[in-house]
Ligand binder design. Structure first.
Ligand SMILES: Nc1ncnc2c1ncn2[C@@H]1O[C@H](COP(=O)(O)OP(=O)(O)OP(=O)(O)O)[C@@H](O)[C@H]1O
Length: 477
């Protein structure tokens, strides 16, 4: 973090500045006497009437002028508007009072409810991550009840996981299902950051959470796609600040959900352009890696309290080598890749069994049995993919007996790894299923061992455990 040229304390709200230029969300503010607020400090701009607009200092233009990015819309703001330097970063409310509430990036109330009182503690949104020697590594598995995740890309308690996928392959649905599956039986608290996505989806989430009651232990923070880039850029930090307070002051475990981290990068890129910085690779901001690191490194677990992050990441044009995507994936423990080809075939959740990975998928963590079954599943599906060209050219009859069996098992495995979700009940009409890990492993073991070779493939599609497939296949155990 850059430090001020002049100590922040030298700037008090008694020495107001004034706006000298407004270019969209970017403001130039003149401070008399050359005492400038620090980079990352919050400015309060008098937008006329009772309205006060929050902006954040980004750079010092000359000895009297700072350039700041507004976190709210600047339409109607005129030159000459008075500005107060707050002498600190944006302060947001934290603690028990924010549970059950929907906040904006700047810590305002976004659910139309009562304003938060002055006694509610507040914390600055900029903060260093805990020192490395105080961070604890993620080693325990977080069972989700979603077969394909638990088997091939297990999530870590106190770790970071992300769902990557192009437009419309099911990222939001998967994150919502995880919220549904995890928040209700999670002992800690949850913080949800809605970053640059549809505000309709955000409000649906709020309504759903109110109905299911999980809202009581959840704080929501939204900077959605209808808001200016500054709000979308900083909303992740606001959510993190709330999560860190629960972790550090109350020693509680926190589930941090972010949808969508790509929008954070995108907002940073918009801000960078507005500030006149030269774009770098693929047009992204030159500070891409450090911006992503500043966000991701703060998601850390310490002795006695963990932060488990689940993120959705949009992959532009389905290009998994996009710099934003690779910058984000470098920080994660579990990478869940969603495949368009699988979504097109209706194989939901469209998790790519070969592309997805997790550092927990290690015999020392998940045990030899789970590891061996996961590897065998991958090998069988990989072998099927190799044979797919031959099958489409010559037909499956041209394959040898062994390959034919392998293909049948791979297709059954792929179908067994689909699952109806609770959140999709409304449009699929099929009740959601949650499958304990042991039953997932039993099912996979039986399919790989050939015990189900004579069951129709369709019996495995959109079921819970193997017993359900058995019933569908009309078999008795
Ligand atoms: N598990 C599922 N079961 C059935 N349908 C699904 C499932 N997941 C996704 N879909 C279908 O795919 C559509 C898009 O899903 P979703 O909104 O989660 O995608 P997304 O990747 O978040 O898209 P965007 O990038 O546009 O936000 C859903 O509206 C639904 O029709």
């Amino acid at each position: 973090m850059q430090r001020p040229l002049i100590p922040t304390k030298a700037v008090g709200s008694k020495r107001p500045g004034h706006v000298v230029a407004v270019r969209g969300p970017v403001l130039d503010v003149h401070f008399e006497g050359g005492k400038l607020p620090a980079v990352n400090d919050a400015l309060h701009v008098d937008a006329g009437g009772a309205a006060t607009l929050v902006a954040e200092v980004q750079s010092h233009i000359d000895e009297r002028t700072v350039r700041a990015v507004a976190l709210q819309t600047t339409s109607g703001l005129a030159r000459g508007a008075e500005v107060a330097a707050t002498g600190a970063a944006i302060m947001v409310p934290v603690g028990d009072a924010v549970l059950g509430r929907l906040l904006t990036t700047t810590g305002g109330v976004g659910d139309g409810g009562e304003a938060l009182g002055k006694d509610v503690p507040r914390r600055p949104i900029h903060r260093a991550p805990p020192p490395l020697d105080q961070q604890s590594a993620a080693t325990a598995m977080f069972e989700t009840g979603i077969k394909v995740l638990d088997l091939l890309s297990p999530l870590a308690q106190g770790g970071k996981a992300a769902m990557f996928g192009g437009a419309g392959v099911g990222k939001t649905v998967l994150v919502m299902e995880l919220i549904n599956a995890m928040v209700a039986r999670y002992e800690g608290v949850a913080v949800f950051a809605g970053i640059g996505e549809r505000s309709r989806e955000g409000h649906e989430l709020l309504t759903d959470m109110r109905q299911s009651g999980v809202i009581a232990k959840t704080a929501l923070v939204f900077g959605q796609m209808n808001e200016p880039p500054g709000a979308r850029w900083r909303v992740g930090l606001t959510a993190l600040t709330i999560a860190e307070y629960f972790r550090d002051e109350q020693k509680r475990n926190v589930l941090l959900l972010m949808d969508n981290v790509f929008r954070f990068v995108q907002a940073g890129s918009e801000v960078s352009g507005l500030l006149g910085r030269m774009p770098s690779r693929v047009g992204y901001q030159p500070t891409l890696a450090s911006e992503v690191a500043a966000l991701q490194e703060r998601i850390a677990s310490v002795e006695g309290a963990s932060v488990t992050a689940i993120e959705a990441v949009y992959v532009p044009a389905d290009d998994f080598t996009d710099p934003a995507v690779t910058a984000i994936s470098a920080h994660l423990d579990s990478n869940v890749l969603l495949s368009r080809a699988m979504a097109a075939e209706g194989m939901y959740p469209a998790v790519d069994p070969l592309g997805s990975s997790s550092i927990l998928l290690d015999p020392l963590v998940v045990g030899d049995d789970h590891y061996a079954l996961a590897q065998a599943t991958r090998e069988t599906i990989a072998h099927y993919r190799e044979l797919q060209d031959i099958i489409s050219l010559l037909g499956i009859e041209e394959l040898g007996q062994e390959d034919r069996l392998a293909v049948g098992r791979a297709r059954r495995l792929q179908r067994f790894l689909t699952q109806p979700f609770v959140v999709t009940e409304a449009f699929t009409g099929q009740p959601g299923r949650s499958v304990p890990l042991a039953l997932t492993l039993d099912g996979v073991r039986a399919i790989l061992a050939g015990e189900t070779d004579d069951w129709p493939e369709s019996a495995f599609y959109m079921v819970g455990d193997l017993d359900e497939a058995r019933t569908k296949a009309g078999k008795t155990s």
